[in-house]
Design a binder for this molecule. Structure first.
Ligand SMILES: Nc1ncnc2c1ncn2[C@@H]1O[C@H](COP(=O)(O)OP(=O)(O)OP(=O)(O)O)[C@@H](O)[C@H]1O
Ligand SMILES: [Mg+2]
Length: 120
């Protein structure tokens, strides 16, 4: 019997409205370990809204998320990051003197023996 590996991330029927606009309607998505997924859509399609829902900035009106097969209710960016979800927002808040990797790992830099490790 083969064991089913659950997707790393599942988006199940997520709906989110703002006054006068439904940004996401019954959205489904699955991301598997090792997969790189591009979310493509026109301006206002709801891409950033999905990222903000995943990082707990907004809460969905309907639908759920699962991480590694378990329900995931993000309480905020820190909780999301601790759960393995890092967002680099489109509305730039990057540190221009740092590398892409350093920007991604801000606040949870790889360490070895208590020192920052560039190679970990
Ligand atoms: N905080 C908010 N309050 C009200 N409406 C919002 C809010 N955030 C997003 N919206 C609306 O929800 C819809 C989806 O916006 P979103 O920013 O998620 O789109 P997007 O796919 O990221 O677009 P873009 O390609 O322009 O970045 C748009 O109609 C937008 O105006
Ligand atoms: Mg956007």
């Amino acid at each position: 019997m083969t064991q089913q590996v659950p997707p790393l991330l599942s988006v199940r029927g997520v709906t989110k409205s703002f006054p006068g606009v439904r940004a996401l309607h019954n959205m489904h998505l699955e991301l598997r370990r090792g997969e790189v997924l591009a979310l493509v859509g026109e301006n206002g399609a709801g891409k950033s809204t999905l990222m903000k829902l995943l990082s707990g900035i907004y809460t969905p009106d309907q639908g759920t998320f699962e991480l590694n097969g378990q329900e995931f209710v993000p309480h905020g960016p820190k909780h999301a990051q601790e759960s393995g979800i890092s967002i680099i927002h489109q509305e730039f808040n990057l540190m221009p003197d740092l590398t892409v990797a350093q920007n991604i790992f801000i606040g949870r830099e790889p360490r070895r023996f208590g020192l920052l490790s560039e190679y970990a």
